[in-house]
Ligand binder design. Structure first.
Ligand code: ADP
Length: 876
């Protein structure tokens, strides 16, 4: 600078007279009042001339230069004058010069110092920028972690002021994404990160001004001036500073952005790696993992957290490490270590015993230079799972192997099924080995009748995804087994058929058993249908559910018509009541009962059926249904009645002699009375009282004879079909009436003790009378045979709960004990031929048993004692 001025000083001064054609810069001649007299020099063309009339130097210079022009020119000499002239086009002309006396005038020699000033200014700016950069770097380096973002914002504000920019925004790249880190101004309408992202990713890594930026990006950023300055590390852009509303390319931008970006990004990287390290530590702790390192000469070094969790110091010797391991893992570890030192990769599972059992660790690593490096990972959970899975698998395999069913897998290829697996039970079941021809193609072993079924099985399996069928498979010995085949199709995630999993169950036994049951049912059905017996099932209300043909035939209808008919319609009220009572007495413990029932069938007189019932009960013991088997007993009944009748007739015949006597007796009495009365009438001594007495006697005898005859008639009649209730004693009275006189005539005393209370029994009175006649006649015969002087027959009745007993006791010497057993046998008699029939006691026994009672005998005192015991009939 001084050189320049020196040069200028040395130059000859311009004279007022002579033009200085080669003069440099600007020469201004002034008078004492600073009025411009003349201008010269090349720079004069750059000056903007003031308005006419304004000739003072002040009018040429810019206002701020007036300070330099204090006083008159005389005051200005001897010092450098810096004057900024008004230039053409508004550009100021910066000059420096000195005032020299030139005769009367003053000459102001000026030089253009615009460049010098500019240089100085730019030096100043550089310095200022350097200061700013240092400040920024320091601020960002020194601020606390939590205030980093805030600090960046502040620095951006400072930078915005420096650049006179409207707003600055710093975008930082992280994992391929650009995000705004801080802005100088929260108000500025910056677009959001997502919209900026595509632009920032593709921009060239250099400072870019308006003209270099795409119009869309400019439009995004509020349309004003925009410049972007990158922060690079190597060739990677790690941050962009966006500057809106300032100079086209801010001065010193790159340096300032570096001063901002370098500390910021290094701090961000540092924070990120810290965060990652912490994250890694946490992960390691969660996984139970950690690093380890083993220098060639030295001890094993463990990750501190891992060492603590294993209860080991951070640095341990091989011996310590081996001692900590499960004994079984020590040798494998040593061998693996040797190989690892030789360059092989280290990878093995180790057990470390601890208080709860043991921990499984995966020890992995490899040689790196002169040390082994790797990690340890806790795989206890994995091992436990592996063991559980192994155990479950073993159980499953065991189950499959010991299953009575064959489990198989068929692979599906283009719609065809290929056997791929059979469980071990295949051989015991069918005698096939899993690699046999049959196992490969089971269709070949399917029974010819079942082959269509087998083909359909494959089709419907592919169509519907599952199938269940029963078919016959030939075993290795040629025998067939009924197999229940159940299979399911598995598809891949595209729905394509993948494989079939299924099982075969040998159901031969069940199938054959079912067949046997069916056949047996058929046989029973035939048996029931064709049985000569009447078989039916009916409900407790007596409505029929089923009846076989014989029953239908008896009832003059078809078996189908029987269903729904009610048995009730063929029973008399008495029979029905007895029938229902019998059913009511059935219990699950005693479900059987039988009886002889009497029915009034269409077109027939009476039918007697021997009827056996069996009740069927539900779980609560309620009677649901009755199965019955019946046999027609009418013929037997009829012949029994005939037999009874015959026996009765025989008794009558036997009684006939006695009856003659019985009838003779009144006839004699009547004849005597008549003869006597007639004599008195003839000889005229017949008094009315006498005649009356005779007539009364005759009447009494007629009555007696009539009673006898009537009784004989009744006795001789056939018994009623149905039983009826009557007083048991009435039979005694009837029998005694027939025999009383005859016995007395034979010197036998009949002692009849009339009962105090009459008791009803159910049956036929004439039949009971016949029993009593038989007993009385037998007693009489025994007495007459012995020719006892005090022959006596005693008849009386006794009662026990529900029982009526009629006793006939004699003193005729009793029955030979050896014969006691036999006297009830038919045709057994000790009487001479032609006298005894041997039927009396046997018929009597039959009658009493038919009435539900019993007839027995014992020798008592001096004779025999017969007892008829009958159930007493309660009248409701
Ligand atoms: P019958 O009287 O025709 O012989 P029964 O069957 O009535 O046939 O009697 C069988 C036998 O029982 C008689 O022959 C007799 O020996 C014996 N008997 C029956 N009742 C008596 C009695 N009260 N005392 C002794 N013996 C008797």
């Amino acid at each position: 600078m001084s050189g320049l001025f020196d040069r200028w000083r040395a130059a000859p001064l311009p004279s007022a007279e002579a033009e200085q054609p080669a003069a440099m810069g600007l020469q201004v001649w002034l008078d004492d009042q600073a009025r411009v007299l003349r201008l010269a020099g090349p720079l004069r063309t750059l000056l903007a001339l003031p308005a006419p009339g304004q000739r003072r130097l002040h009018d040429y210079v810019q206002r701020h230069s007036w300070v330099v022009l204090e006083g008159d020119p005389a005051d200005w000499q001897g010092q450098p004058l810096d004057l900024d002239f008004q230039g053409v086009l508004g550009h100021p002309l910066h000059t420096r010069g000195w005032l020299l006396r030139q005769g009367e005038a003053w000459m102001l020699q000026l030089f253009d110092v615009g460049d010098l000033l500019h240089e100085r200014a730019s030096n100043g700016q550089q310095q200022a920028e350097q200061v700013l950069a240092t400040q920024m770097s320091r601020a960002l380096r020194e601020c606390g972690e939590a205030h980093l973002c805030e600090a960046v914002s502040e620095q951006l504000q400072g930078l915005a002021r420096h650049w006179q920019a409207a707003s600055l925004r710093l975008m930082v790249e992280e994992d391929g994404h650009w995000h705004s880190y801080a802005s100088s101004d929260e108000q500025w309408p910056w677009p959001d990160d997502a919209r900026l992202q595509p632009w920032l990713s593709q921009l060239p890594p250099q400072a870019l001004s308006d003209t270099q930026l795409p119009a869309e990006l400019l439009a995004l950023c509020a349309g004003g001036t925009l410049s972007l300055v990158p922060y690079r590390q190597a060739s990677d852009v790690q941050a962009w500073l966006l500057c809106a509303g300032g100079a086209t390319t801010p001065h010193g931008a790159q340096g300032l952005v570096e001063a901002l970006g370098q500390p910021l990004l290094s701090r961000l990287h540092h924070a990120r790696s810290l965060h990652q390290a912490r994250h890694l530590d946490e992960l390691q702790a969660q996984l139970g993992a950690g690093w380890w390192e083993w220098p060639l000469e030295g001890d094993l070094q463990l990750d501190p957290a891992l060492a603590a969790s294993l209860g080991l110091p951070r640095q341990i010797s091989l011996e310590q490490w081996l001692a900590r391991l499960h004994p079984a893992d020590r040798e494998p570890l040593q061998l693996a270590l040797e190989q690892a030192w030789a360059g092989r990769e280290l990878s093995l599972a180790l057990r470390v015993p601890d208080a709860d059992g043991q921990r499984w660790l995966h020890w992995a690593g490899q040689l790196q230079g002169r040390r082994l490096r790797g990690f340890l990972l806790d795989i206890s959970a994995l091992k436990a799972q592996e063991q559980q899975t192994g155990a479950a698998r073993a159980r499953l395999e065991n189950l499959i192997a010991s299953s009575p069913a064959v489990i198989y897998v068929q692979r599906c290829v283009d719609g065809a099924l290929h056997s791929e697996f059979f469980s071990a039970s295949l051989t015991p079941l069918l005698g096939w080995t899993s690699d046999s021809e049959q196992a490969r193609q089971p269709g070949l072993a399917v029974h010819p009748d079942d082959q269509p079924l087998w083909l359909e099985r494959t089709r419907s399996l592919l169509r519907e995804g599952q199938v269940r069928c029963r078919l016959r498979l030939r075993d290795s010995r040629g025998g067939y087994h009924w197999i229940l085949d159940e299979a399911r199709l598995l598809r891949d995630d595209l729905g394509q058929p993948l494989e079939v999993v299924g099982l075969w169950l040998d159901v031969s036994e069940a199938t054959e058993a079912a067949e046997r049951v069916r056949q047996s049912e058929e046989r029973y059905r035939v048996l029931v249908e064709d049985s000569p017996a009447m078989i039916c099932r009916y409900r407790p209300d007596l409505s029929l559910v089923f009846g076989n043909r014989p029953l239908a035939d008896y009832l003059h209808c078809t078996p189908q018509q029987l269903v729904g008919m009610n048995l009730d319609q063929w029973l008399s009220p008495g029979q029905r009541e007895a029938f229902v009572q019998r059913l009511q007495a059935l219990t699950p413990e005693q479900p059987m009962s039988s009886a002889e029932i009497c029915l009034q069938l269409p077109g027939r007189e009476h039918a007697w059926w021997i009827w056996a019932d069996r009740g069927l009960f539900d779980a609560q013991g309620r009677l649901l249904e009755i199965q019955a088997v019946g046999r027609d007993n009418t013929e037997v009944r009829r012949s029994q009645q005939q037999l009874l009748q015959g026996a009765k007739m025989a008794t009558l015949g036997e009684l006939a002699t006695g009856l003659m006597h019985e009838l003779n007796q009144p006839l004699n009495v009547m004849r005597m009375a008549t003869v006597n009365a007639m004599k008195r009438l003839e000889n005229g001594t017949a008094e009315p009282t006498y005649l009356l007495e005779k007539l009364q006697r005759i009447e009494a005898q007629v009555e007696r004879a009539a009673r006898l005859v009537e009784h004989m008639r009744v006795f001789g009649r056939r018994s009623e079909v149905e039983r009826a209730a009557f007083p048991a004693w009435a039979a005694v009275v009837g029998a005694v009436a027939l025999l009383d006189e005859g016995l007395r005539g034979k010197g036998v005393t009949l002692q009849v003790e009339a009962p105090r209370q009459l008791a009803q029994v159910l049956g036929h009175q004439d039949q009971l009378e016949q029993v009593l006649i038989n007993l009385l006649v037998n007693a009489r015969d025994a007495l007459l045979q012995q020719a006892r002087p005090a022959a006596r027959i005693c008849v009386h009745q006794s009662l026990a709960p529900g029982q009526v007993m009629l006793w006939v006791e004699d003193n005729g010497g009793g029955i030979d004990p050896l014969l006691l057993e036999r006297i009830f046998e038919p045709f057994f008699t000790t009487k001479p031929a032609g006298v005894g029939t041997g039927l009396g006691l046997s018929v009597s026994h039959g009658i009493v048993v038919a009435m539900g009672g019993s007839l027995w005998v014992e020798n008592r005192g001096d004779g025999a004692c017969f007892c008829i015991s009958l159930p007493a009939h309660m009248i409701n």
